[in-house]
Design a protein around this ligand. Structure first.
Ligand code: F6P
Length: 547
């Protein structure tokens, strides 16, 4: 039973935890001047430093044992060979094909998907270029100045995150906007300042049934029809979906419909035509660089041994913290303002993938699965939730992300940004003892009694783990690398936990209940007797308050 072997591997890691408990990580650096080199991995100009975790060479050996016990090599092979590893939906998970620039075939059910991928990519590139160059225009003959992507979840978060991250690469004459929330304020506020005669809407939905997206698309359609006439719809809409029949029913011109495949999960789809708004913004060449970054990481993940494999080690370290130390959250802090939406994007990638309570075969999960993922750009997070990271009663591992070179003009700002980033990881590791705190207070001239009283509040436990991803510059290729690193990290963890990361049944129940509830919210006269007391009470209260 692989699960018993995995349990034994976790137990061995727990024993190692006890053995290392008396040793401070800061002292490990003193004892081993080469610690940084030994506990960091480079992928060209990207560096993954995990030396601030409490690990030694023995721990690494045990992490390799853990991967082996879980059948990591075979699972990785199954992923890349297009096997139907999404067993509850009977699908492969071959998003790597979308960024496969190697010329090698990639197979699903024995058929090479690459010709289809390439054809669709070329179609997207041709359309995006024509929009950028003003050859495809609105109904009144004006070039498009604004692109509004309507989608949610995987049909929104990835492209929206990337459009912001890569804004320095965007065409200056085209702005991109992302509307996702069914709250009408989202589309209303987005569209208000726009000239609809110069606006192209892209309806992005894998299933083309998602309530929020369909509601927003219908509103956009009505707005365009009212402003420009029904005949303008065809010129102002494009769509991206796997359900081409449903798109046709919406009335979008066939030559403006872009497809992808059921072996691309929603949260893994930004590499596909779902990235259309991004391609229009940054252009096909930059988008290809983004794909190349993803492909770099695929090659690395596929071939590097576990201990030199960045996503595999990210996954193993995460499992060490989750399953051996019991940490229930994981913070991702980009010291990079343009990665402001990266944590939100990661929340779906990680929590929708690994927030599971059953194993692949339906039995209850044997180990704690995905943590709560959260984050904000640094330095802002420092002034919000870092207090808890440093002194809270729970330990939360942190990923710090930072560029070596600034993408904004002022290098002085970047030096401060970098110093802040490294200072935080150092503080988390180093901590401060009570004696040090008291001595510092006395040195500041504080009286002995007051120093003794204040010192406990200034103690930092230290030994709080963090990893740092340092990259040369936030360019399209680097962003592709970062995204693919986390995708494969999430996959690695799913293997360790024996769960299916590619389905998302947990979002279904709320959707079903919403469908049942909506009529009662829409119609004030609808009876509420079939609902529980709280649900009925809230609907009734809304009826009163909205009068
Ligand atoms: O939140 C559930 C979900 O199905 C996600 O997995 C998906 O990314 C999102 O809804 C949007 O789905 P679609 O692209 O089909 O509109």
């Amino acid at each position: 039973m692989p699960n018993e072997k995995v349990r034994a591997a976790f137990q061995a890691l727990a024993r190692r935890r006890e053995e290392l408990a008396p040793i401070r990580v800061a002292d490990m650096f003193v004892d081993d001047p080469r610690r940084f080199e030994r506990f960091s991995i480079r992928l060209d100009d990207l560096l993954f430093d995990f030396s601030k975790h409490k690990l030694d060479a023995g721990s690494i050996g045990l992490l390799i044992d853990l991967a082996r016990a879980a059948g990591f090599d075979a699972a990785r092979e199954a992923l890349f060979s297009g096997q139907k590893i999404n067993n509850t939906e009977n699908r492969a998970a071959l998003h790597m094909a979308l960024r496969n620039l190697s010329g090698r075939p990639m197979l699903v059910e024995g058929r090479d998907v690459m010709p289809g991928v390439k054809a669709e990519r070329d179609k997207v590139a041709a359309f995006a270029t024509a929009v950028r160059e003003g050859r495809i225009r609105g109904a009144s003959g004006q070039a498009f100045s604004d692109i509004v992507n309507i989608g949610i979840g995987g049909s929104d978060l990835g492209p929206a995150m990337a459009a912001r991250a890569l804004s320095p690469y965007a065409a200056p004459h085209i702005r991109t906007h992302f509307v996702s929330n069914v709250d009408g304020a989202d589309i209303a506020d987005t569209v208000k300042p726009l000239d609809l005669a110069r606006t192209l809407f892209i309806v992005s939905s894998k299933t083309f049934t998602t309530q929020e997206t369909m509601a927003n698309a219908a509103t956009a359609r009505a707005l365009v029809a009212r402003a420009l006439g029904e005949g303008a719809i065809a010129d102002h809409f494009a769509a991206v979906s796997t359900k081409l029949d449903k798109v046709a029913a919406f009335g979008i011109r066939p030559d403006r419909v872009f497809g992808f495949w059921d072996w691309v999960g929603g949260r893994y789809s930004m590499w596909s035509a779902i990235g259309l708004a991004l391609v229009i913004a940054i252009g096909p060449d930059n988008f290809e660089d983004f794909l190349r970054g993803g492909h770099d990481v695929d090659e690395h993940f596929r071939t590097a041994p576990v201990e030199r494999n960045i996503p595999a080690m990210m996954g193993l370290l995460g499992a060490l913290r989750r399953n051996v130390y019991g940490d229930s959250a994981h913070a991702v802090i980009p010291y990079d303002q343009r990665l402001a939406r990266f944590p939100a994007y990661l929340q779906q990638l990680d929590m929708e993938s690994n927030g599971k309570g059953v194993r692949r075969d339906g039995r209850p999960a044997q180990f704690s699965t995905g943590p709560i993922v959260f984050g904000e750009p640094g330095t802002n997070g420092q002034h919000a939730f870092f207090q808890l990271l440093h002194q809270g009663t729970d330990v939360t591992p942190v990923d710090f992300l930072i560029a070596a070179t600034p993408t904004a003009a002022d290098a002085g700002h970047h030096a401060l940004l970098f110093a802040n980033c490294v200072a935080q990881s150092e503080a988390l590791m180093r901590g401060r003892t009570r004696g040090e705190a008291e001595a510092a207070l006395l040195a500041q001239g504080v009286g002995a009694e007051e120093a003794a009283a204040l010192a406990p509040h200034k103690v930092f436990s230290g030994d709080r783990p963090s990893s740092t991803l340092l990259y040369r510059k936030l360019d399209p290729r680097t962003l592709g690398r970062l995204v693919a690193l986390y995708e494969h990290k999430v996959f690695t963890q799913s293997v360790l936990w024996d769960i299916n990361p590619f389905d998302q049944w947990g979002v279904e129940l709320g959707k079903e209940l919403c469908t049942r509830l909506a009529p009662a919210v829409l119609d004030d006269a609808a009876p509420l007797g079939s609902f529980d007391g709280s649900t009925a009470g809230l609907i009734a209260a809304r009826r009163i308050l909205s009068r």
